[in-house]
Design a protein around this ligand. Structure first.
Ligand code: ATP
Ligand code: MG
Length: 718
């Protein structure tokens, strides 16, 4: 595609940004104004007009999926495939660097990534080693402490000594944790970034080499970079200064994970002579949606300030639905999506967004009930499911025997008679001799310190792993996975288990084989296929879910919706304490971050925006009355249309256990006031089942909410 063609796709401000001469560039613009589009076209521009080799371009995106999409777009613009360009997330790129230079980074060649769960397990192990009580030293807080320091670039030795005994203890835990990870070649997410930074910082030759190689650096969603990411970018760009960053201060939503909105302001100081571009036209949303979102974000103080307008028409009003409870909320949403799909829209153009991953379950249940395909991003993602983690642990152990978390995970799964006592001995031996559990097991087997039975069981496990290793050597990834599943007995183990859950697990394992089959291994990576696959699983949990090709409703947390757009968006759970989140209510800074999250959510919508809340919500096993989110009050009334309760569930949505129209056969409806002889007056919250099986949930003024079988409850309609 030639220059004039590229220009045709852009407005004037975008054109100026895309074609500006090299040097530091900052694009500061609101949601949907084409920042990502400009970044993509900039890459094409560099290649096409400046004859820049794709090899000397590095582009940092928010997800690997975004990177893939961007690559596709660039190839489309250019009209030919590009290879050799480094595109991906900070974590992905850092990992690639560490793989290529493991020796310089001080890592073993087969180092493995610890995901959040594995990290917690490792922290527990550290506590044990130090004889500390988990009750007093909660692993989650320690994880927070360690990651927080790493994100700021601080190793234990960088943290100033204090007399505070608590602080000193935390520091010792951090240090011991690091030693353990180092010994076993394990790298957590924050470590990936810190190591990659140190690699370039401490090694002049390498630094020079990569400064030379990446002549052009582009960063999307710059407002959410943390300290170490920014330092790393500066290292790479300090000489040529060809750094192109795009961001929106109003969409900074990761301060809780160390992101620094100030990096935007700092950028102009660190790169004097930065050209700043502002894009003001929004191409995504109707003017109603945009006005509503602007009104909400306007309540934040300390913004950099932007104006955003659209040529789009008014479109439909923002629709607000007050549900009785979370089930009613989910039914409403699914019902609306169904009607929308019936008019010929694609399911994948509808997104259900929520503040907390735990909210997805109810939506999933209703979607399953009505048989509507869906996909959940985030939450308990495919690669985080127990059975998948079991399978991956086998693969990881085959790849690296030093991987203790994997050893622990599968040494007795499926059960092979290795009891806790034996394991405790293995752990003990590993601890005292400072070796991996695998080596400890070998030593114990040979030293005859265990009972004959334990020795035998452990040997069987060791032989099994070695055998799998021999068998899969040199085979394609899909066969490696398949053989591992057979030999380890995992598939059989879950097949023998009873119930629906077990069935899903077997399906998931089968899906893993599919994932391995479809996994595209970039031969330019300096990794073998298995390592690349395991890395992908650790870094990209969520992007590869079952049945990717199917047109399905998208479910995700607000945090993972960043950068995306959908024709129809359902923003759910707008209740005080849930959204804004409880933890943010006391701190003005965090409340503003919640509001930015709300802004991100609203601005995902192109044509339709629904907002819902539930008057009663059961979450984390507790049921509570709620009050509507303050963010609702910040949307101008005239933009909102309230959708009343008592919507009709169309017959296609019913299964035989659901009541039709949210109404019982004797005419009781959600929201009706009723009287019970013993419990007094209350309001009907849910109705389930039919005929003699009908159950109703009533919230009684005096005693709270109760489920009653309608046939026996003798409820009087008021
Ligand atoms: P966010 O802040 O949410 O990340 P963004 O600023 O990155 O948004 P894009 O995703 O690049 O915005 O663009 C939003 C939508 O507007 C996309 O569908 C994009 O294709 C479209 N768009 C942007 N610029 C133009 C243009 N000049 N002409 C037509 N469509 C455009
Ligand atoms: Mg974007």
């Amino acid at each position: 595609m030639d220059v004039s063609h590229i220009f045709k796709q852009l407005n004037e401000a975008q054109r100026d940004a895309v074609s500006s001469s090299p040097g530091p560039l900052l694009i500061l613009a609101g949601a949907g104004s084409g920042k990502t589009r400009v970044l993509t076209y900039r890459v094409a521009w560099l290649v096409q007009v400046h004859q820049v080799s794709p090899l000397s371009i590095m582009a940092v995106t928010f997800t690997n999926k975004a990177a893939q999409e961007m690559r596709g777009r660039i190839e489309e613009i250019l009209g030919y495939p590009v290879s050799g360009m480094w595109m991906g997330t900070f974590h992905g790129i850092a990992h690639r660097l560490l793989r290529a230079h493991w020796r310089d980074a001080g890592l073993p060649q087969g180092f493995q990534i610890l995901d959040t769960d594995d990290q917690l397990r490792m922290i527990r192990r550290t506590l044990k080693q130090l004889n500390l009580d988990e009750g007093y030293w909660p692993p989650k807080s320690i994880q927070w402490f360690i990651n927080g320091h790493k994100e700021e670039g601080r190793r234990p030795q960088h943290i100033p000594e204090t007399h505070d005994t608590q602080q000193r203890q935390l520091l010792q835990i951090y240090q011991t944790y690091e030693e353990l990870c180092q010994r076993f070649g394990l790298v957590d997410f924050a470590e990936l970034l810190l190591r990659a930074f140190e690699l370039l910082h401490n090694n002049e030759l390498l630094r020079a080499r990569y400064q030379q190689r990446f002549q052009h650096i582009l960063v999307d969603e710059f407002q959410d970079t943390n300290a170490i990411q920014y330092e790393w970018l500066k290292l790479l760009a300090q000489h040529h200064r060809n750094i192109f960053v795009v961001g929106d201060d109003d969409q900074s939503i990761y301060a809780w994970r160390g992101a620094r909105i100030e990096n935007i302001l700092q950028f102009e100081k660190d790169f004097p002579g930065t050209t700043v571009f502002r894009l003001e036209q929004n191409y995504r949303s109707t003017s109603t949606i945009l006005t509503a979102a602007n009104a909400v974000i306007d309540h934040n103080k300390g913004r950099l300030g932007k104006s955003l307008w659209t040529e789009g028409d008014d479109g439909e009003p923002v629709r607000l639905y007050a549900a009785f409870n979370e089930v009613d909320e989910a039914r409403f949403v699914v019902d609306r999506i169904q009607s929308w799909v019936d008019t010929g829209q694609r399911r994948s153009e509808a997104a259900i967004l929520y503040r907390s991953n735990a909210q997805s379950r109810v939506f999933e249940e209703i979607l399953l009930d009505v048989g509507m395909p869906y996909r959940v991003y985030g939450g308990l993602r495919f690669f985080e499911r127990a059975e998948i983690k079991d399978a991956l642990a086998y693969l990881r152990l085959v790849a690296s025997r030093q991987d203790d978390p994997s050893f622990e995970r599968v040494v007795n799964v499926p059960t092979r008679g290795i009891g806790n006592k034996t394991l405790e001995l293995v752990r003990e031996y590993a601890r005292t001799n400072q070796v991996a559990m695998w080596d400890a097991a070998l030593a114990l087997i040979h030293s005859h310190q265990l009972t004959a039975r334990s020795t035998q069981a452990l040997s069987r496990f060791v032989t099994l792993i070695n055998d799998i290793n021999t068998q899969v050597n040199g085979l394609p990834l899909v066969d490696q996975t398949d053989i591992m599943l057979q030999q380890s007995g995992l598939t059989d183990h879950y097949r023998k288990a009873k119930g629906e859950k077990a069935e899903t697990r077997v399906e998931n394992l089968e899906e893993l084989v599919n994932a391995a089959r479809n996994f595209e291994h970039d031969p330019e990576d300096d990794m073998d296929a298995l390592t690349a696959f395991l890395t992908h699983a650790a870094l990209e949990a969520g992007d590869t879910q079952a049945k990717e090709w199917e047109d399905c409703v998208q479910l995700m947390s607000l945090h993972s919706a960043k950068g995306l757009e959908f024709s129809s968006v359902f923003l759910t759970g707008l209740e005080e304490g849930l959204f804004p989140h409880q933890r943010s209510l006391q701190e003005p800074g965090r409340l503003e971050e919640e509001r930015r999250l709300c802004y991100v959510g609203m601005t995902r919508a192109m044509r339709q925006l629904y907002i819902t809340y539930a008057e009663v919500r059961r979450l984390h096993g507790r049921e509570a009355y709620t009050s509507p989110s303050r963010f609702l009050g910040e949307i101008p009334r005239e933009l909102i249309e309230e959708v009343r309760g008592g919507f009709t569930m169309r017959p296609s949505l019913d299964t035989d256990v659901r009541a039709t129209d949210g109404e019982t056969e004797n005419g009781m409806r959600l929201g009706d006031h009723v009287r019970h002889q013993k419990f007094g007056d209350g309001v009907v919250l849910s109705i389930e089942g039919r005929g003699q099986y009908t159950r109703v949930q009533v919230n009684f003024e005096a005693v709270g909410s109760k489920w009653l079988v309608l046939a026996y409850a003798n409820l009087q309609l008021l």
